[in-house]
Design a binder for this molecule. Sequence first.
Ligand SMILES: N[C@@H](CCC(=O)N[C@@H](CS)C(=O)NCC(=O)O)C(=O)O
Length: 331
Amino acid sequence: MRILLVLAMLFAGSAAAQSTLEAVQKRGFVQCGVNTGLAGFSQPDSKGVWRGIDIDLCRAVAAAVFGDAGKVRYTPLTAQQRFTALQSGEVDILARNTTWTLSRDTSLGLNFVGVNYYDGQGFMVPKKLNVKSARQLNGATVCVQPGTTNELNLADYFRANKMTFKPVVIEKLEEVLNAYFNGRCDAYTTDQSGLIALRASRAPRPEDHVVLPEIISKEPLGPAVRQGDDRWFDIVKWSLFAMLEAEELGLDSKNIEQHAKSTNPTIGRFVGTVGELGKMLGLDNRWAYQIVRQVGNYAESFDANLKPLGFERGLNRLWNQGGLMYAPPVR
Ligand SMILES: N[C@@H](CCC(=O)N[C@@H](CS)C(=O)NCC(=O)O)C(=O)O
């Protein structure tokens, strides 16, 4: 009995000592699991600097925790590696165009903090096939990556439409793209964002490929953390919300310094001159100010990373502009 009690106390003690925030603070940087290279979401630029909206989420958390968006290191992960990396503690956050689904949220020991890009799955085909609709893909060979929602959606779509297909399942992005671009598959399927980004950044001739109009699934993409650490869950969740709230309040990286002197109480709370919101998260009260100053608001991140690739805001507009992006009150 006593041994059990001691063990229980040890366990509780070590769990407390290993809170993610404390571990991150002690280490001096956030370890972020990201895509191996998806333009607009997470990809090193020509100087080796990681860029993308998932990267910005990681940087936002570092800005909130350390007051320094640069205190992040990145672990590139394939679709199949990503959940194990989070479960094992290899990364503190998974920010890798990952779809929030019930089964992932419950059975993988992780929690999604929200959505940083609302997406849906589609198909890309070579223009020369003259295919205009996914309904014409009966009997097609389709390239897809394993460990993705895309695999199951693909099977569901063909079954629902009483069509057959031959999957070509390849884990590495580089290799699945080679297979598609070399004509081993009639179509490539993944999230629309992936199709747009990969056509723009990886196709030998982007104009030779068309993205078909059908969207066959809901793919709300968002960051996830391990289950069981509510403090860290809150920090990552509110870092994402802070970027959305800043856009709604008209605060951006260029004007926030000016607004920091504002007498408007909503802005005062946001920048940390009024109240103790940062403290409630276990952070400095200027946490959100630092996010916006160093990383920017959601629109700035979208415009810098996704717009140049031809993305429209669409569903990812703010709620008061016809979109789904909504942050609960920062108060
Ligand atoms: N959102 C889907 C798909 C995510 C996914 O892995 N997509 C592919 C195609 S865009 C990808 O990012 N591959 C990059 C890689 O494997 O590094 C999911 O969560 O399962």
